[in-house]
Write a new protein. Structure first.
Length: 400
């Protein structure tokens, strides 16, 4: 075959495979999502209606975080519980008015007002309820959730947690969650790992995703239902997405990368702290709620190691919080960061936040993710599917 014919065959084969380079859509029950991209819920006012609706409009899943949402209202210090519900309703309604896409909410199980927020989400008919910071196994109104056709997606950090949730749901509700987010140790915010586990290879996302998929396999078979697995923690690029999908994940969740977008609901100084950070600025802290967390370690956090800051606890928003023993109120500190007062607060970030260099629109970020994912698919295709050995003859063969 002539060289020109070989080249033409190569181009033809490449064109035939190009449609396969697209990001695969995500199906959760009867809910069809154009892109397999979750925007992670970031509490205390970081991901509200502005960010979530922009992500949903771009084809992903936008998420409103319920934790500390009432701090966006002036009446929070009079009645934090009531302020949370009011703000939650307002943000859900604004997001749904701004987008016909998929709107999820993230509600921490450890919140004192978890049950009230959960009922509010159901009443407001959100598309999906993500539950983390605890295992959502008891007193979940599953029947009511099903009646409203809302999807339930727990966050887990181990196959054991995934097994326990499925086992308890099967026993108590004769049902299963609709999908599962697997969050690895490179995530930002509070982490579901001990300090020793953070650097253990068995805790890496690359290890966790296949193991959780294997844990879910018998439940999928028994209930004849696919339970999508969403990989989270340290994911930032199309290359990361490609790697996770190749490991068997159905989708990915990004948090910090969406925080540095125009539509993120935080102050510009919050976003600038992310894009100006260095790798060495990112560290593990001991949170006042008794869990390790990953954040930008600034002067506020350094000082908090040695001296207690004077604060008045508005109300015990977290079930396990010991405000009397804490050196600072984490909700107030995170809210100060949200409004740009970084001298009185700090920013939670994932391990790869230092790679973010620009604040861009959500639509541009989504396009970048799709483009870089396609590049990875093309590389994979060229490496695995094309035999280049006979495409061009050696120079000496041409001379002869």
């Amino acid at each position: 075959m002539r060289t020109i014919d070989r080249a033409a065959s190569f181009i033809y084969a490449l064109k035939r495979r190009l449609p396969g380079f697209e990001l695969p859509p995500l199906q959760i029950g009867d809910l069809h999502i154009k892109l397999p991209i979750f925007q992670g819920g970031m509490g205390v006012g970081i991901s509200l209606s502005g960010l979530s609706s922009a992500v949903a409009n771009s084809g992903g899943i936008g998420t409103i975080a319920a934790n500390g949402i009432g701090l966006t209202r002036k009446d929070y210090f009079r009645d934090g519980r009531a302020a949370n519900i009011k703000a939650f309703i307002d943000e859900i309604r604004k997001a749904k008015a701004a987008s016909a896409g998929v709107i999820a909410v993230n509600i921490m199980v450890a919140l004192q007002d978890f049950s009230q927020l959960l009922m509010t989400a159901i009443e407001q008919r959100v598309d999906m309820i993500v539950m983390g910071a605890g295992l959502p196994v008891k007193n979940i109104p599953v029947k009511l959730i099903r009646e409203h056709n809302i999807k339930v997606v727990p966050i887990v950090s181990s196959p054991r947690a995934a097994e326990l949730i499925c086992k308890m749901w099967k026993r108590i509700y004769q049902d299963l969650p609709d999908a599962m987010i697997v969050e690895g140790p490179q995530a930002g915010g509070h982490l579901g790992f001990s300090l020793d586990e953070l650097n253990d290879n068995s805790s890496s996302l690359e290890s966790l995703v296949p193991r959780v998929i294997n844990t879910l396999k018998p439940y999928r078979e028994e209930f004849q239902r696919h339970i999508p697995v969403i990989a989270a923690g340290g994911i930032q690029t199309g290359e990361d997405i490609h790697r996770m999908i190749n490991l068997g994940a159905d989708a990915v969740q990004l948090g910090t990368r969406f925080a540095a977008t125009d539509e993120c609901d935080a102050d510009i100084r919050f976003k600038e702290a992310i894009i100006s950070c260095r790798k060495e600025d990112i560290g593990i802290i001991n949170s006042p709620v008794g869990m390790p967390g990953r954040a930008l370690v600034n002067t506020f956090l350094k000082d908090a190691q040695f001296k207690k800051r004077s604060f008045t606890c508005p109300w015990q928003c977290l079930a396990g919080c010991r405000a009397d023993k804490a050196y600072y109120c984490i909700s107030l500190a995170l809210n100060n960061a949200r409004i740009g007062r970084l001298d009185r607060g700090f920013v939670f970030v994932g391990s790869n936040a230092y790679q973010i260099k620009q604040i861009i629109p959500v639509s541009m970020l989504i396009k970048e993710l799709i483009h870089s994912y396609k590049q990875e698919k093309l590389k994979e295709f060229l490496q695995n599917s094309i035999d280049f050995s006979g495409l061009f003859r050696p120079a000496e063969a041409v001379v002869s």
